[in-house]
Design a protein. Structure first.
Length: 156
């Protein structure tokens, strides 16, 4: 509205109450986001422990599945892992610490252990002979991974 060359403009802006409400709402939202980030950061090492235990279990499962299906003629049947020559030799295998095939301890994996390895004959549709291999590995903080795979009997 203009009166004789003087224009009075209506003020535009926010009131004090609107400003306070805005600050409260943003503060609550920010507190929520920061608490989620805090929990995420605190537990960020857990996936590493799980992935490491999974890698150990996969490694051992692969080692087992690469062995012969049955004990070869004159084959080994003792408890020395370095001489295991067939899948059944691993049945009941445990290790309080992770070691390589020669029995050397792997220092970086000292908190992990092989809890059990079980090998059992299993019915697998369409396959005459199959063995189910289950490897259970535990890591720090009680993280346990159980990984299963099949070894079938096939002729080369």
């Amino acid at each position: 509205m203009c009166i004789k060359s003087m224009c009075i403009k209506k003020q535009a802006g926010i009131s004090l109450i609107e400003l306070i409400l805005y600050i409260v709402i943003v503060s609550v939202g920010l507190a929520g986001i920061l608490s989620v980030m805090n929990v995420t950061t605190r537990h960020s090492a857990d996936p590493m422990v799980r992935k490491q235990a999974l890698a150990v279990a996969e490694s051992l499962l692969e080692e087992i599945t690469l062995k012969e299906y049955a004990n070869p003629t004159g084959g080994y049947s003792g408890a020395d892992r370095a001489q295991f020559d067939d899948v059944d030799d691993y049945n009941g295998y445990t290790a309080p610490a992770i070691v390589d095939i020669a029995g050397n301890a792997i220092g970086a994996l000292s908190d992990y252990s092989v809890d059990s390895v079980s090998v059992s004959v299993s019915a697998l549709t369409g396959v005459a002979e199959a063995k189910l291999i289950t490897v259970t590995v535990s890591g720090p903080g009680g993280e346990t991974i159980a990984l299963s795979g099949y070894r079938t009997h096939y002729a080369p």
